[in-house]
Design a protein around this ligand. Structure first.
Ligand SMILES: *Cc1c(COP(=O)(O)O)cnc(C)c1O
Length: 388
């Protein structure tokens, strides 16, 4: 298998070196391959099944290639667009179509052109559509999504999708009757701070399968694993894997093939963002990126977490951190003319910070670049790769 060609991207030994070389006016995404490798290893070494990268958390080709190079071979894709991005960059990647609602015709192309055999449904209509579009082939694995109870996640994922155990049991029987492999899946919610949520959901899956009288062919425990953000008390990763492994042992078939779909747990630490202070007005800093750019998730109601920040100044001695003393509280305003383009909570930064300095946001790899817009003519898209 040939290593995929990496798109051209300037490389630097550190974020400071990148700032020295570029003195960037635009925001810059800094990809950190070593962090991605460490995050991927956690799953590849400790999760007792296949790890699928949830592409929507960061679909940049630069991120996808690092994820592949870190050893991830499976991709949780939610649209034909995501499948096309993945397959065009990584022809040998395995895609799984794990969105419960698909546009008409999507499954036909996913199966026929890309050989995708794993799909999610949470209602009859989508199951019938899937079987009709794929021609009801023998190799189909249909994952019925159950809605988990509200657990320990910062962002819940059970109110939009997911069947009750009773509905799911009916669907499992229909899948089996159609000759496809009946499987279950759930999503405990994103940025899940409680490993126990997975154990509860696995127990719910077990109950659902027993109620249906169907032997499950696979179990997909979804995403939700947290990234290390400020203000969130993220438990050690092995608590998740230990809890999940123990819960899987209680299943009727403890040998069942399992999958997981981490998005943010693989992408969060793998990217930092270099922003520039354009203007300082007292305790207000006007910077070159905002809620319509990389900070969409930060501005979501209920998302009570922050990115770690550090300030860097560029002077005669090159790019150096501003001393972490005399910290003060600053409001950060985005570049657009929109009044609400301001980050929701103040950040603590050195009181000497001034126009021309840089604010680096670390651990911003998830749900940032993937939801940026070009509102008001600002579209951050400069990239560097940090090799150190
Ligand atoms: C968003 C999503 C994921 C990834 O969630 P994270 O919380 O980022 O791990 C996985 N599976 C499905 C079905 C999703 O919608």
């Amino acid at each position: 298998m040939n290593a995929p060609v990496r798109p051209a991207m300037p490389q630097f030994a550190s974020i400071e070196k990148a700032i020295e070389a570029l003195d960037p006016v635009q925001p810059v995404y800094a990809v950190l391959p070593e962090k991605i490798r460490v995050a991927a290893r956690r799953f590849l070494d400790s999760f007792p099944g296949d790890t699928l990268y949830a592409v929507k958390s960061n679909a940049s080709p630069f991120m996808l290639k690092e994820i592949w190079d870190a050893g991830i071979r499976h991709f949780d894709t939610a649209s034909l667009g995501e499948i096309e991005i993945v397959k065009s960059l990584l022809p040998d990647a395995r895609c799984h179509f794990m969105a419960p609602v698909r546009l008409p015709g999507a499954a036909k192309i996913a199966y026929g052109k890309y050989g995708v055999t794993d799909y999610v449904v949470d209602c009859d209509f989508e199951l019938e559509k899937l079987l009709a579009e794929t021609g009801n082939p023998r190799d189909l694995r249909v994952f019925v999504r159950i809605a988990t109870s509200l657990g320990g996640a910062v962002l819940e994922m059970a109110s939009k999708f997911g069947a009750s155990p009773e509905e799911a049991a009916k669907l499992l029987k229909r899948v089996q009757a159609a000759g496809a492999a009946p499987c279950l899946t759930f999503h405990v919610g994103s940025q899940c701070l409680s490993p126990f949520s997975y154990a509860q959901a696995i127990e719910m899956a077990q109950r659902t399968a027993r109620f249906a009288g169907v032997e499950l062919k696979a179990l997909d425990i979804g995403g939700g694993f947290p990234g290390p953000l400020l203000g969130n008390d993220v438990p050690p990763f092995h608590w998740y894997f230990d809890t999940i492994t123990e819960a899987l042992r209680t299943l009727d078939n403890p040998q069942i093939p399992v999958m997981c779909e981490p998005g943010r747990a693989l992408s969060t630490e793998g990217m930092s963002l270099i922003t520039r202070v354009v203007l300082r007005k007292g305790q207000r800093l006007y910077i070159n990126d905002g809620r319509y750019g990389s900070f969409d998730e930060l501005c979501q109601p209920g998302f009570l977490a922050d990115y770690p920040v550090r300030a860097i100044t560029l002077g005669k001695k090159g790019a150096t951190p501003l001393p972490q003393k005399n910290l003060d509280s600053f409001r950060l305003f985005g570049p657009s003319c929109d009044t609400i383009d301001v980050l929701p909570r103040p950040f603590l930064l050195p009181d000497t910070i001034a126009a021309g300095d840089f604010i680096v946001f670390d651990a911003i790899g998830a749900y940032s670049v993937s939801s940026r817009s070009s509102f008001n003519g600002f579209y951050p898209d400069d990239w560097v790769r940090i090799t150190g």
